[in-house]
Design a protein around this ligand. Structure first.
Ligand code: BDR
Ligand code: CA
Length: 329
C-alpha cells in the first residue's frame, strides 16, 4: 500500500479522505490508446497496462511530440518492456490533416521519451494503417463498447470521423488530453500543444458530436509529479512503477522547473479510472483553425458544440491512485 503522504513533500490527502479503490467492480473496458509517446504518454500507457480496468485492444500512433516512426517505435518499446506483445501497434498519421507538422519538442528528448533504458520492440507494428484498423475494429465490436484514450494530436480520430463516420459513431467515449479553458496555453497564449499541432483535426472531432471528454491544461497542471512521487514509485520495487519513476526523472531533466512536472496524458487514464476525482462541466466549444498564434485555441460560445470538459481535479488523490496502480502491478 502506497502511503499517500509519500507523494508530495509536505502535503497529505487528509485522514478523512478514503482512497479511490483500485479494483473496479465493472468489467474491464475495451480501450484503444491513440498516442505520440512522449514521456507523459509513456507514463499514461504504463498506467493503463498496469490497471485491471482496461483491456487494451491496440495502440494507434500519431506524429506529435516527435515524428511518426519514433512514436510508433516508442509504443513498441514500452510494450516490450511491459511484456505485452499481445497488444498490437498500428502506425497512424505522419502529419496533420492540412498543415505542416510541428517541429519535434525538445521537452521529450531526442528519442521522444527521455533517456530511459527501454528494450527494442519485440513485435513489429502491424501492416494495417491505424485508421483502417480503428474502423474495422469498431465495426466488429458491439456499438458503444470501445473507448478511445487520445493522448496526442487528434489527426487519426479526425480521419476516422471524416472518412468512416459509421465506424466512428460506434465509439463509446473519447477521452482526450487537450486544450486550455481558463488557463494560459503551453504553445500560444491560449493554445495547448495537442490541439495546436492539428487544429483542423481537433475542430472536426469537437464538431462530430461524438461522446467526448476533454482534459485540458486546467486539470493536468494540477496533477504534478514530485521527487517524492519518484521515490515512492522506485521504492515499490515493481518494474512498471520504477520505469515511471525513471520517466519522471527524465521529465525533470528537460526543464528549469525541477520541483514538479504536470502529468498531462496520465490524467486521461485517471479520468477513466476515477471520474469522481474530477469536476466536469458541459461547455459549448469551438476550435480556432486560424493563425499559428491562436491555432487550436478553444472559445466558449453559443455557436460551438457541447463538450464535457474536466475543469477541476483532486490532484493528490489522482497521484495517489496512479502510484497505487503502478505499485500493485
Ligand atoms: C500535451 O503535449 C504533449 O507534449 C504531451 O505529451 C501532452 O499530450 C500537453 O500539452
Ligand atoms: Ca502526448
Amino acid at each position: 500500500m502506497v502511503k499517500s503522504n509519500a507523494l508530495s513533500d509536505n502535503r497529505t490527502l487528509g485522514p478523512e479522505k478514503a482512497s479511490t479503490p483500485i479494483m473496479p467492480h465493472a468489467k474491464p473496458r475495451v480501450t484503444i490508446i491513440d498516442t505520440d509517446p512522449g514521456i507523459d504518454d509513456a507514463i499514461g500507457i504504463l498506467l493503463a497496462l498496469a490497471s485491471p480496468a482496461f483491456t487494451i485492444a491496440g495502440i494507434t500512433t500519431v506524429a506529435g511530440n516527435i515524428g511518426i516512426e519514433t512514436t510508433t517505435r516508442n509504443a513498441g518499446r514500452l510494450l516490450a518492456f511491459a511484456g505485452r506483445e499481445d497488444v498490437p501497434v498500428f502506425q497512424g498519421a505522419a502529419a496533420p490533416l492540412s498543415r505542416p507538422g510541428p517541429e519535434p519538442l525538445n521537452l521529450h528528448g531526442e528519442g521522444g521519451i527521455g533517456g530511459v533504458d527501454l528494450p527494442d520492440p519485440i513485435r513489429e507494428p502491424e501492416g494495417l494503417n491505424a485508421v483502417e484498423w480503428l474502423a474495422g475494429f469498431l465495426l466488429d465490436q458491439p456499438a458503444g463498447t470501445v473507448d478511445v484514450l487520445a493522448l496526442g494530436p487528434l489527426t487519426n480520430i479526425a480521419r476516422l470521423v471524416l472518412g468512416q463516420p459509421d465506424a466512428a459513431k460506434r465509439i463509446g467515449r473519447i477521452i482526450a488530453m487537450g486544450g486550455a479553458i481558463h488557463e494560459h496555453g503551453n504553445v500560444g497564449p491560449r493554445s495547448e500543444f495537442n490541439l495546436w499541432a492539428d487544429p483542423e483535426a481537433a475542430a472536426a472531432v469537437v464538431a462530430s458530436r461524438l461522446p467526448l471528454v476533454l482534459i485540458p491544461l486546467d486539470v493536468t497542471r494540477r496533477v504534478r509529479a514530485t521527487r517524492a512521487l519518484v521515490e515512492t514509485l522506485s521504492a515499490s520495487g515493481k518494474p512498471l512503477a520504477s520505469m515511471v519513476g525513471s520517466l519522471i526523472e527524465s521529465y525533470f531533466e528537460s526543464t528549469a522547473n525541477r520541483e514538479s512536472r504536470p502529468l498531462h496524458d496520465p490524467c486521461v487514464m485517471l479520468f477513466a479510472l476515477a471520474p469522481e476525482l474530477f469536476r466536469v462541466e458541459e461547455l459549448s466549444l469551438s476550435v480556432d483553425i486560424g493563425s499559428v498564434e491562436e491555432a487550436g485555441a478553444l472559445t466558449i460560445d453559443g455557436s460551438g458544440t457541447p463538450v464535457q470538459v474536466a475543469l477541476g481535479v483532486e490532484g493528490l488523490a489522482a497521484l495517489d491512485l496512479l502510484a497505487r496502480h503502478l505499485a500493485a502491478s
